[in-house]
Design a protein around this ligand. Structure first.
Ligand SMILES: C[S@@+](CC[C@H](N)C(=O)[O-])C[C@H]1O[C@@H](n2cnc3c(N)ncnc32)[C@H](O)[C@@H]1O
Length: 272
């Protein structure tokens, strides 16, 4: 399945990180997920594709509002967690129980596949979404073009974004890659918008966000080896002194924090 060294690294990292990722508060935050679902506002008969779905947060949330949701991911371990959630939720939904605002969970499936070559026909979906994954891709423009190909309606990305200043963006991306080698490059907002335009999409809506991260929890989730974790801490402490990236590391009550900036961009295919 992995056709590049980088994709092997992605699979290794997300196999190791799967359990911690699936319960990380910043990614499982129901308000953040609900905001994206509300912004996309899929029609009740829509088919929604969740690209690089990981443990399935978005696919499961969208499923409550559309005809069918499909999640696709390169890595088996997060897909297994997504499928386990289905096993737990299905009987509950049959008994009429409402869980995570998902009353009908029989309309979700998860498949293994590569975002670079989505195994779906042109216009097979009404919506294609991808959250917190573009910064793990080698060619994010290609992924966006694939999403635009398979969706006849909305294409939505939510991801980390960096500073617009190249050296500051590179500082953040260097820190991120040290912490997790599956990180390729988080984009600046203007680059993400540029990719939508290049993929033939009209940008309809943008909203930004911020998450406060605890450095130790963030390093723990990725299980960063000790030496690299020390290097990350040193770079963040230097950033705190010299303001080098926009991550704004700071110490509070003896703990180090920093912020991740995020951008959600929603576009649509033109002439639709
Ligand atoms: C940080 S997780 C994001 C999971 C999920 N989208 C969410 O919002 O929680 C990144 C995911 O991207 C997946 N991924 C990375 N490259 C991929 C590719 N080329 N095709 C499909 N999935 C990919 C990884 O396996 C991982 O599950």
């Amino acid at each position: 399945m992995a056709d590049s060294e980088h994709k092997t690294v992605v699979q290794q990292e997300f196999t190791r990180q799967a359990d911690a990722y699936a319960v990380a508060p910043t990614v499982s935050d129901p308000e953040r997920i609900a905001r994206l679902v509300k912004a996309v506002a899929p029609a009740s008969d829509a088919r929604v594709l969740d690209v690089a779905c990981g443990p399935g947060f978005l696919a499961l949330a969208f499923a409550a509002h559309c005809r069918e949701a499909v999640g696709i991911d390169l890595t088996d371990a997060p897909l297994a967690i997504a499928k386990t959630k289905l096993k737990v939720l299905r009987p509950m939904s049959r008994n009429g129980g409402e869980t995570w605002g998902t009353p009908n969970i029989s309309n979700v499936r998860f498949v293994r596949g590569d975002a670079d070559r989505l195994p779906f026909a042109d216009g097979e979906f009404d919506v294609a979404v991808c959250r917190f994954a573009l910064h793990h891709m080698e060619d994010p423009g290609r992924v966006l073009r694939e999403m635009a190909r398979v969706s006849r309606g909305t294409v939505a990305i939510e991801d980390l974004v960096t500073s617009e200043h190249r050296d500051r963006a590179e500082y953040q991306n260097h820190v991120e890659r040290l912490r997790d080698p599956s990180h390729t490059r988080a984009l600046a907002p203007s680059e993400l918008i540029g990719l939508f335009t290049a993929a033939g999409l009209e940008v309809e809506r943008l909203y930004s966000g911020e998450t406060a991260q605890t450095v130790e929890l963030w390093l723990g989730n990725s299980q960063t080896p000790r030496e690299r974790a020390s290097e990350v801490r040193a770079l963040l402490e230097r950033d705190a002194r010299e303001d080098l990236s926009g991550m704004r590391p700071h110490q509070k009550d003896g703990q180090w924090f920093f912020r991740h900036r995020t951008l959600a961009a929603l576009g649509r295919r033109m002439n639709q």
